[in-house]
Every structure is written in C-alpha cells, then in structure tokens.
Design a binder for this molecule. Structure first.
Ligand code: PHE
Length: 347
C-alpha cells in the first residue's frame, strides 16, 4: 500500500516537473501567467494536491519527498518571477516603440462663465451713477408695509396694496408692521432718508416682487432706485441728470420721452420711455417705459423728518430688466430668466 503511494508520489513529481515549464512559458500576459502558476502551486494545483498524499508515504521517504516537493515549488515560483519580469519589459518596449503621444490633437476649450445681462446692466448703472456722485445702498427684499406704502403716502386702500398685487409674508405684525416682498425699491428712500440728513444722493439696486406675469412683466424683477435731496433741487435737475445718464448708458442711438404720470410719493411725477432710434433703413424700436420719477412729495420729506420748506429732492425708480431688454433688443422678459445658456451667451 505505502510503496504504491510512494510510486504515485514520485510519478506525480515527475509529471509536474515535465509540465510546468512549457505551461509558464506559453503565457504571454500577466493574467495567463498567474493562471498557469495556479495549476501547479495554487490551492487546487497539482503539486498542492500531490502533497496532501504525503501522509500515505512510508515515514523514511517523507523527508526526501518533502525536499523534492519544495524544490519543485520554488522552481515554479522562480520561473514565474522571471516570466513576469519578461512580460512587463515586453509591454514597456511595445509602448515605447509604438506610436508617439499625438501632441497635435486639439485641446478642450474651457467654457468661461460671464455675467448675466441683468447683472451687467446693474453694474453699468452703478458705475455711471457712481461717477455722478451717487452712493450705493442695498436693502432687504422683505420690508414693512409702512416703508413700502404708508410712509410713501399711499392711501390705505390704494390698489397697489391689494393682495392681488402684493405678496404678503406671514409672521409680520399688523398694519404698517405687516411684512411684504417689497413691490418697489422706493422703500430705500424711507430707510436711507430716515437715518441721514441732506444733502444726499443715493442709488439702490435690487429685486422687487409683484403679482404680474406677461411678456414684459415678471413676478420678480430688478429696479434701481435713485434719489437726491438738497436745498433748491428742481425738476430741471432731474431731467438734466437723467438725460445725461441715458446718453452715457445707451449712446446716442436712442429716443427718449418724458410723460406726466402719477405716483403717490412724488409731485409732479413722470414716466420716461425709451426706444432704439431708427437707423438707416431700420425703423425705430417700440417705446418701452423704463422708469418712474418726480419731485419727492413734501409728505414723504416730512415722514422722514426733513423740512420741505428748506430742502427738496427728486427720485426715480428704474427697471433694470427693461433696460437690459432695450439694450440687447430682447422682446420677452422671461428669456432673461430661462437660464438657457444658448440664449444668454449671445450677449
Ligand atoms: N416706485 C415706482 C415704481 O415702482 C417708481 C418710482 C420711483 C416713481 C421713484 C417715482 C419715483 O413704479
């Protein structure tokens, strides 16, 4: 029995001895090489299986067969190492001798961002008014009913204060202390004038909110409020200043008209329309109302603690989105808020 086991063991060693070299040499990549090695010395490999039969071999032969098995195992590992090194060298050589990295392929162009046309219009407005001596002040988008309406002289039942026109915010107080999404930046007249003494010249850009929704109205839009208070200020100052401003902003290719109008917080009041002027064969663009303006009402001056006998001032509230639309000939205000890069990147 045990002699048979001995013979079987010897025969097994001889078979493996004869097979492992051609098997490892036939492998031409790392995976195949690892598989070839596993056939002999892996957990289910031929040599591993063979060594499990050692217990059946007569004791006096075990030492000799153990050494022979180990020597064979080491030989398999040594050939594996040598073959692996050769395969890696070959791969490197193939890469070095293969086609060169193509430096002539065009690169990927980065897509730089840019400012939104409304933001750009706002910054340009602030630059021009800044150069004319106006300071910039920014204020909150939620303000009190008082600052939005009452202190500006709106009568309590004015349609602008109606729930259909104004977004009321819950959690505020009652009456003048109720909170609303500001319907205009004129709240900033009250805020700034209440805490400062004339002379002052301020512009205040920001978002305003109304329940309005059509091609030229969006429920959220941008205004820029401007106001100037000093002794002896008249409507002529307002008209002169706005005319100079519009020439600087649009250049001369634009027509301007003032129309008498009504706002509770100015007297007299006006609206200003602009359109692209006719050029060669191209007809003029449509008139677009871009701002309301007027002389600050004596009641408003009194509400902020000024003496209307001593000082006077003008105010205007400009639609920044409208100005961007005239500047770029954009017919629909919604296009400004779709955030379609194909549209926005045209400006
Ligand atoms: N606040 C007015 C509006 O939103 C515009 C305006 C501002 C009119 C200042 C006159 C003076 O329409």
């Amino acid at each position: 029995m045990s002699d048979e086991a001995l013979e079987k063991f010897r025969a097994g060693l001889a078979t493996i001895e004869g097979e492992y070299q051609p098997a490892l040499e036939a492998a031409t990549n790392e995976n195949a090489l690892r598989e070839a090695r596993a056939k002999f010395t892996g957990p289910q490999g031929a040599l591993t299986e063979l060594m499990k039969g050692m217990k059946d071999v007569p004791g006096k032969h075990r030492r000799e067969l153990g050494q022979a098995s180990n020597a064979l195992k080491n030989a398999v590992q040594a050939l594996f190492d040598a073959r692996l090194e050769a395969i890696e060298k070959e791969a490197l050589r193939a890469e070095l001798e293969g086609p060169m990295l193509d430096l002539t392929l065009p690169g990927r162009r980065p897509m730089p961002g840019r400012l939104h046309p409304v933001t750009r219009a706002e910054y340009d407005l602030l630059d021009i008014f800044g150069s004319m001596g106006f300071e910039t002040a920014r204020g909150p988008e939620i303000d009190t009913f008082g600052r939005c309406f009452s202190q500006l002289g709106f009568p309590p039942d004015h349609p602008a204060t109606d729930e259909h026109d104004t977004f009321y915010v819950s959690g505020g107080g009652e009456g003048d202390e109720a909170h609303v999404l500001r319907t205009h930046t004129s709240t900033m007249q009250i805020r700034e004038m209440s805490r400062r003494e004339p002379p002052l010249a301020v512009v205040s850009p920001g978002k305003v909110f109304r329940r309005d929704d059509d091609a030229t109205h969006s429920p959220m839009f941008h205004q820029l409020e401007g106001f100037l208070v000093d002794e002896g200020i008249t409507m002529a100052h307002l008209q002169g200043m706005l005319t100079v401003f519009l020439e600087r902003f649009f250049g001369t290719a634009i027509d301007v008209r003032f129309r008498a109008s009504y706002f509770p917080f100015v007297e007299p009041g006006a609206e200003l329309d602009v359109r692209r002027a006719a050029q060669g064969d191209e007809p003029a663009g449509p008139w677009m109302e871009i701002l309301g303006c007027g002389m600050i009402h004596p009641t408003v001056l009194r509400n902020v603690g000024y003496d209307p006998e001593k000082v006077s001032g003008f105010a205007f509230g400009m639609g920044v989105d409208r100005i961007a639309m005239v500047r770029h000939a954009i017919p629909n205000i919604k296009a400004l808020y779709d955030n379609d890069v194909r549209f926005l990147s045209a400006f």
